[in-house]
Write a protein that binds this ligand. Structure first.
Ligand code: GAL
Length: 717
């Protein structure tokens, strides 16, 4: 090496080691009512929100109250060092943090360190998960998003800076029993491994309002087609079209709800890698298969992973447009390339959508590291393996969602990887992990980060476990039994068959309420299934119990946080407190205001912790005072667009109340052009003080699938 060469190397090394810091002046622009954006350093031209192709709901954002910038701007710091972006946001005492990805074990995230990385959930809340959304919500009523398609590391109130404003007390471990191994930190610090990023701050008067802004900015939530909210069964891998038709008939015989069927890998002529072509032995007439099911009112949802088999017709077309590495010997289409998307669209439309397929289950886009491309992979679009890993789930959701939207047909499917910006995607996340309790915690956490999650049921060791799981899944965004491996049916445990049918029927009865709740997601950004921490009047959550100092289990005396991670709200009025196998009794924390038993309308308490022993047949459900629950009679399937059903209007408690019942055709996007009804259901006290209900008329010419006659049920006597 000559002198100049050596000089260049030494200079580069010095620069690298010293890491020249470039302090960034963080300039905040209010881009929507109560949403501020700042660009730090040089943001990349790929980001999470760009991959999700978000379309902010500006009018709905305007309707939210005004909000002030929630933090002291001078306390937000940004630096770019060695090609990495260092960010810092202030925290105050008592402030709690939520979000930071689809976590399964914890709801509170203050005090955690996470590297947010798209992955299959591996049993630890360390940032590796199906939707590692770099967004946190504060109990003080604001949210922060780091819009970077990178493995972002978040120190959520863990690192203690020498120049901290609010310093921890220095204690002597020898003598002070209040010594703590994790001294107080007054900041969230974030490392983004690239030269810059866009950051967003969402203001609010409550944590929920910050979440609403986040969801509305991302396009508002999704309203599934009505059939998507009915029951769905996924059949075993090698089922043929005849087996599936028989399965649908069996559901009829057992008088069990069924709106769509999931067809697992066996429909492809080869899978892992996949051909996306029908296997002609198992599915000789795919079009007839779809129309026969449709004649029974049942839709089809096809399983896939995006790794294309060399034996399929797509392979030669996609080969030049795919990444450098294979996954299960399949090539990985570069979804950043419009040309690749176009080829896939033509194939999928011709072979699936145009012959009646109603949706997809998009598997294996999350990882497990071995089962996805490595970070050293290259893609023809020029994006890196890391960037593609963070956005692939979003790209494939966006691509497929647009195919259905162009047909003016709503879809509803499943996906195993997502990220920030997904609120308006027609997909629910699922996985192979199977802890019932952790599934409920994931459902709670999904509400902070604009994604949907289903605690799917697969198999169970006992009838009790089976029933308990079935009860929970019926109170989730997708009521699904996934029998791909073991062929379980809802009636697999005959001793609880009736109770399983009852809870599935109850879900079907609640469709008017659930559908209206999803309309709130779309129009107001309110998540349909909600953490208690997003609910007004809920204040039981900040208890911290100190662990005892102990030479083996707790040598550094780590504080143990007790948190509420097993109950949630479905919509505004129903509190759901699932039961788990082996438990006859559970505690339920009731927020402020009076609460009533869903089943019989009796008063259960207010602003307190109650114990319930509901028996095996029931999942504990409670309704807020004045809560109105619109229901319909038991029916096996969701209503068709032209169908009119009876309306049952339940009222709970002693207070007056109101509810906005939403309806549309249930299948298309015409509601976006105004083809929907919102009617006001109002319960008021008359002069004598007794409760009387009224319902407004739907606007003429707008879809409204309910009969005129309304059955009122005042549940609290
Ligand atoms: C898994 C997926 C399961 C099932 C299976 C089929 O990856 O999580 O739900 O679809 O693939 O092979």
């Amino acid at each position: 090496m000559n002198f100049i060469g050596r000089f260049a190397v030494v200079f580069a090394l010095n620069f690298f080691l010293s890491g020249e810091a470039i302090c960034q002046d963080v300039r905040w622009n209010e881009i929507e009512n109560g949403i501020w954006k700042a660009s730090v350093g040089e943001p990349e031209d790929i980001s999470l929100l760009k991959a999700a192709d978000i379309q902010p709901k500006k009018e709905a954002l305007q309707r939210l109250p005004k909000a002030d910038f929630p933090l002291l701007k001078s306390d937000i710091k940004a630096e770019v060092i060695d090609g990495k972006t260092y960010l810092r946001f202030p925290l105050s005492r008592e402030e709690q943090l939520f979000g930071l990805g689809l976590n399964f074990k914890t709801v509170h995230q203050r005090g955690r360190i996470m590297q947010l990385h798209v992955d299959h959930y591996g049993g630890k809340d360390d940032g590796r998960t199906h939707a590692p959304v770099p967004f946190y919500v504060s109990s003080k009523g604001y949210g922060v998003l780091i819009d970077a398609a990178r493995y972002v590391t978040v120190y959520a109130g863990t690192g203690v800076r020498v120049d901290a404003k609010d310093k921890p007390i220095v204690r002597d471990r020898n003598t002070d029993k209040n010594w703590n191994s994790r001294p107080y930190s007054d900041a969230v610090e974030i490392l983004v491994p690239t030269t810059g990023t866009d950051i967003y701050v969402y203001g609010g008067n409550s944590p929920m309002e910050a979440v609403q802004r986040y969801n509305l900015y991302n396009g508002g939530g999704y309203i599934p087609p009505k059939w998507g909210l009915g029951f769905t069964q996924r059949v075993p891998t090698l089922y043929s079209q005849d087996d599936i038709i028989k399965e649908a008939e069996e559901f009829e015989l057992h008088d069990f709800p069924l709106d769509f069927i999931g067809v697992e890998p066996g429909w492809h002529s080869m899978s892992y890698p996949c051909t996306f072509e029908w296997d002609t032995t198992r599915f000789p007439q795919p079009e007839k298969f779809n129309s026969d099911l449709m004649a029974m009112g049942i839709r089809t949802n096809l399983w896939l992973n995006p790794y294309i088999s060399p034996v399929g017709s797509l392979y030669p077309k996609i080969k030049p447009l795919s990444g450098s590495h294979t996954v299960w010997n399949g090539i990985v289409p570069d979804l950043m390339l419009p040309e690749a998307r176009k080829i896939l669209k033509t194939h999928f439309l011709e072979n699936h959508l145009n012959i009646g397929v109603s949706g997809y289950k998009i598997d294996e886009v999350d990882g497990y590291d071995f089962w996805v491309w490595p970070d050293v992979a290259k893609f023809p679009s020029g994006y890196s393996g890391e960037q593609m890993r963070q956005v692939y789930g979003l790209l494939i959701q966006d691509m497929t969602a647009k195919w259905f939207r162009e047909k003016n047909q709503r879809t509803y499917g499943l996906v195993r990887a997502s990220n920030a910006g997904a609120s308006s995607m027609p997909y629910v996340i699922y996985n192979d992990y199977y802890s019932h309790k952790d599934f409920i915690t994931a459902l709670i956490n999904s509400s902070f980060i604009g994604v949907l999650w289903t605690p799917e049921v697969r198999a169970s060791k006992t009838a009790e476990e089976w029933l308990r799981r079935m009860q929970s899944v019926c109170f989730s965004p997708m009521a699904m039994l996934n029998a791909w491996a073991d062929g379980t049916k809802p009636w697999t445990f005959p001793e609880v068959e009736t109770a399983v049918r009852d809870v599935a029927n109850l879900r079907m009865q609640l469709l008017p309420y659930i559908y209206s709740t999803f309309s709130q997601y779309r129009f107001e950004g309110l998540p349909p299934f909600r953490a208690m921490n997003l609910v007004d009047g809920f204040s039981f959550d900040a208890t911290v119990t100190e662990g005892a100092l102990d030479s083996t289990d707790n040598p550094y005396k780590v504080a143990v946080k007790s948190e509420i991670k097993d109950q949630y709200m479905m919509g505004d009025n129903i509190l759901v407190a699932p039961m788990f196998a082996g438990e006859n009794e559970r505690k339920v924390i009731l927020p402020a205001g009076k609460w009533y038993d869903f089943y019989d309308g009796t008063y259960v308490g207010e602003n307190e912790i109650i114990s319930v022993t509901p028996g095996l047949e029931k999942i504990p459900l409670f309704v807020k005072d004045g809560g109105i629950i619109p229901m319909r009679p038991v029916q096996r399937q969701a209503p068709r667009p032209d169908e009119k059903v009876d309306l049952i209007l339940r009222h709970y408690g002693e207070s007056e109340g109101s509810f906005v019942l939403y309806d549309d055709d249930g299948v298309s996007f015409d509601f976006e052009k105004g083809a929907y009804s919102k009617v006001d259901i109002i319960v008021k006290k008359d002069k004598k003080g007794s409760l009387k209900g009224t319902i407004s008329k739907p606007e003429k010419g707008k879809p409204f699938g309910y009969n005129k006659k309304v059955n009122w049920e005042f549940m609290t006597k």
